[in-house]
Ligand binder design. Structure first.
Ligand SMILES: *[C@@H]1O[C@H](CO)[C@@H](O)[C@H](O)[C@H]1NC(C)=O
Ligand SMILES: *[C@@H]1O[C@H](CO)[C@@H](O)[C@H](O)[C@H]1NC(C)=O
Length: 817
């Protein structure tokens, strides 16, 4: 037993400069300080969202920590009961963050019906020192109504360290006895984290620990817990649970031989691992009702105590409520307490689901000519080319991102992300900007960003092999620009403000909106990514272009037409709206109305950014494209007979024809803000949305019109169900029309109010009934369906609730008259 780590040079190694000593008028200092302070503030978090609880810093190959637990009253079921990664079918009666602030912390509750256990995990972050501060969490467990009051439950806390550094048990904390009777301290060091310690407390005396009265105890004394360690290969490290069981098996077998499998006490001794010399993975197991884990950064001074945690838990809860009330309070008619709690939980699950991922990815760089998709029958050629291609493993990358669903999609999805960032932008705009930055850093030299980010083995373990390959000619809706547009809307409102510097009294509070409040920071941010934004834009224009000239199409512009690549007969996965009906059979002359609409939004946003940055020539060029796109949406996609926007294709007589399926695709120009209040198309679009025989339902807008002959058919993924993000765009566009003078203002106002109410009530009702947010909602019953715990873009109900109630102001207006 040798591994006691002592504090070394930390205090000498790090400079002592703080925010307060800097001159806030020096712009370059401000920019650097804000970036540094933001890094510190965002360093730690539950950034392993695929786990029920897993903490790591935003540093590749560093420290990580997690929890596993199980009811251990029965040998046969104990192993299967161990919880670790979020799973859809583990008998969870709901779990997630009730409150969460990425800079301060929050509370997660886990209703583990399968283990008859309710868990509360309070996680807090405490700034200080030069290495991103300290953190701690408190775990409390209570038996559920159907649980035994003294049901033996085993909780495992583990921590792993990758890369250069050390981690070891502080032998002073455990003494000579092999059994652990008191708190345990681990000490460690790594180059990025400096010195640190991790205390695992025994909790209050009320904790009812295992009593050692079984003969097996003589062989393996347990005390109140046990600590174990092993060294594993870095690439295996993520399989903590499997590794633990492997090690356990060696322990178990001889003991079972001797004592049989009946006695739960025996079981406990089997589950607890033996004390080995310490290297890299620590597993600490104890029976518990409450305990704390305290990570103390060495440069921050005295180690944390349980008293600190108690105080910080209160403080972070109060500050979360206060911030939420200021920026996202639900408005009439969802302004009651139950909606407030719901809305807080939805935002908290989105932000509590943010992960930091690091790893390599699989890309097909063959650039096979078939991928141009220029020939009729191209989908057969591309399928052959894909089957023959030899995808390559590309160098590891980092990604800081929200995820669509912790159990099912715990990784980054490009088109989901722009939606995720709209609620985030309201609560903490600098966090949203940090995430956009991370995504832009994934861009390759051509301007491509892979649409699904499956980084590393752990992420790949969740995806069937045929879906892990990314293709550099596949696009995905450029929703990050939607988030940038939301930022521009906010930032332009703040143009006249003086630079404020950073407030050092509450750095976290100050950092949330630092870029919004300081025009210099906004300018620096936008300027630093402007070249990447343009590269990405040009990549879209070059690779997803549609063909106008070869088919005698008449349009204002001969250039502005777009076609998704990567289509098959059944799907355009790249569009995000996978199985929505499209022209059949596929044709290289197709033009897609959703893509040209996205390009309109992207061009508009870039034009606004260019104007803000004073890039006049660029701004003029973007304005020129924007106008051409707007005109071509009409010329190429409006169908007079059907009174809606349609995809176009080439028929058997080589003529360009429309293929019309009313639904989300056919209203895309409206959804992306390309149809203004005076547009002659507006009335027909509003009527289509408003018609219960077409898109309207009591629970939100359907993806496909009830009158379409493909309504509800085949996979029925985007052929009737209600999706919250597209409904959000509908609500937002209705709001814009309802609040601007125009001939259809009144109709839009009424639709806005009704749709907003329907959506909020339904998502809320299903959340209350099932304990979860869902991927989509059934248009006939409103029932949540497909992926459970879908706390990605379904969280946009938070924005919908916080939008102003126009019904009231309309009534007030009437009363005035
Ligand atoms: C912030 O963190 C990122 C990623 O670790 C790093 O590249 C960057 O240099 C840091 N910035 C500052 C100012 O410390
Ligand atoms: C400036 O930004 C802050 C932070 O989001 C916001 O609260 C404030 O209303 C904005 N000011 C203006 C004039 O828009």
């Amino acid at each position: 037993m040798h591994l006691r780590i002592t504090t070394l040079l930390t205090s000498l190694l790090y400079a002592t400069g703080t925010l307060a000593t800097q001159d806030p008028n020096d712009v370059s200092v401000l920019i650097k300080e804000a970036a540094r302070a933001n890094n510190e503030s965002l360093l730690w978090g539950p950034y392993k969202p695929n786990l029920y609880f897993g903490v790591r810093p935003r540093i590749a190959n560093s420290l990580a920590a997690g929890l596993m637990w199980a009811k251990v009253d029965n040998f046969a079921t104990a192993q299967g009961n161990f919880r670790h990664t979020c799973e859809q079918n583990e008998g969870m009666a709901g779990y997630g963050w009730d409150e969460y602030d990425i800079r301060k912390g929050g509370r997660q509750t886990i209703h583990d019906a399968g283990n008859n256990l309710d868990l509360t995990i309070d996680f807090v972050k405490i700034p200080g020192g030069q290495n991103g501060g300290s953190w701690g969490f408190r775990v409390k467990g209570t038996p559920r109504e159907d649980g035994e009051p003294d049901q033996p439950t085993s909780m495992l806390f583990y921590t792993t360290l990758e890369g250069l550094g050390q981690l070891g048990v502080d032998m002073d904390s455990v003494g000579d006895a092999p059994a652990l009777e008191g708190d345990v301290r681990l000490n460690g060091f790594s180059s990025e984290l400096g010195d640190f310690s991790i205390d695992v407390t025994t909790g209050p005396d009320t904790n009812d620990y295992f009593e050692h009265n079984h003969p097996s105890y003589e062989a393996k004394p347990l005390g109140k817990g046990i600590v174990s360690s092993q060294t594993v290969r870095q690439e295996d490290l993520w399989q903590t649970k499997g590794l633990m069981f492997l090690q356990m098996k060696e322990e178990i077998e001889p003991t079972i031989k001797e004592y049989g499998t009946e006695n739960p006490h025996l079981l406990l001794s089997c589950l607890l691992l033996s004390i080995n010399p310490v290297m890299e993975t620590f597993i600490l197991s104890r029976r518990f009702s409450r305990f704390d884990v305290l990570f103390s950064s060495g440069s921050a001074g005295e180690p944390l105590t349980s008293e600190t945690i108690t105080k910080e838990i209160k403080g972070s809860s109060l500050s979360f409520s206060e911030r939420f009330r200021q920026v996202l309070a639900p408005q009439v008619p969802s302004d009651s307490a139950k909606y407030l709690e719901f809305s807080k939980a939805m935002l908290s699950n989105l932000i509590g689901g943010i992960g930091f991922f690091h790893g390599d990815s699989v890309v097909d760089r063959s650039a096979h000519p078939a991928y141009e998709e220029e020939n009729e029958g191209f989908w057969e050629e591309t399928a052959e080319a894909r089957a023959m291609a030899k995808p390559v493993i590309e160098a590891p990358k980092d990604l800081f991102t929200c995820v669509p669903s912790r159990p099912f999609f715990p990784r980054g999805f490009l088109w989901d992300e722009g939606f995720h960032l709209l609620p985030v932008m309201e609560y903490d705009s600098d966090l949203a900007l940090e995430i956009i930055k991370s995504w832009f850093h994934l861009m390759d030299d051509e301007g491509w960003i892979a649409r699904e980010q499956i980084l590393g083995m752990e992420a790949r373990s969740k995806v069937p092999p045929e879906f892990t390959v990314q293709y550099p000619h596949y696009a995905n809706p450029p929703t990050l620009f939607m988030a940038l547009e939301a930022f521009m809307d906010k930032a332009l409102g703040n143009k006249s403000l003086q630079s404020e510097g950073l407030d050092t009294s509450d750095v976290a509070e100050s950092l949330r909106t630092a870029t919004l409040r300081n025009p210099e920071l906004a300018d620096a941010y936008l300027r630093s990514f402007y070249p990447l934004m343009k590269r990405h834009y040009n990549w879209f224009r070059n690779t997803q272009r549609g063909d106008i000239k070869s088919y005698d199409r008449e349009a204002y512009s001969t250039k502005e037409a777009y076609r998704w690549r990567g289509r098959s007969v059944q799907h355009i996965l790249t569009s995000g709206i996978d199985d929505y009906p499209r022209p059949q059979p596929p044709h290289p002359g197709e033009l897609h109305v959703d893509l040209i609409s996205w390009m309109g939004m992207m061009t508009r946003t870039l034009r606004r950014i260019a104007e803000t940055l004073g890039e006049q020539e660029d701004a003029e060029e973007f304005a020129y494209h924007e106008n051409a796109i707007s005109r071509n949406i009409d010329d190429l996609h409006w169908n007079e007979k059907e009174q809606t926007f349609c995809d176009a294709t080439i028929d058997e007589f080589e003529e360009s024809v429309h293929v019309c399926h009313k639904g989300y695709i056919s209203i895309f120009p409206f959804l992306t803000g390309m149809v203004g209040p005076e547009s002659p198309r507006l009335k027909a679009i509003l009527d289509l949305i408003n018609d219960p025989e077409e898109l309207w339902s009591d629970y939100g807008i359907r993806s496909l019109s009830k009158k379409d002959k493909l309504y509800g058919t085949e996979e029925n993924y985007w052929r009737s169900p209600i999706w919250v993000p597209i409904n959000y765009l509908t609500v937002k566009s209705l709001y814009a029309i309802a609040t601007t003078d125009g001939p259809h203002q009144e109709q839009a106002r009424e639709m806005y109010s009704n749709l907003r109410k329907n959506l909020v009530e339904n998502v809320f009702r299903e959340w209350e009934k099932t304990g979860f947010a869902w991927e989509q909602y059934n248009p006939e019953s409103g029932a949540g369906q497909r992926t459970q715990h879908f706390t990605g873009w379904t969280s946009m109900v938070v924005n919908i609730m916080s939008m102003p109630d126009l019904a009231v102001s309309a009534k007030a207006h009437h009363d005035e008259l």
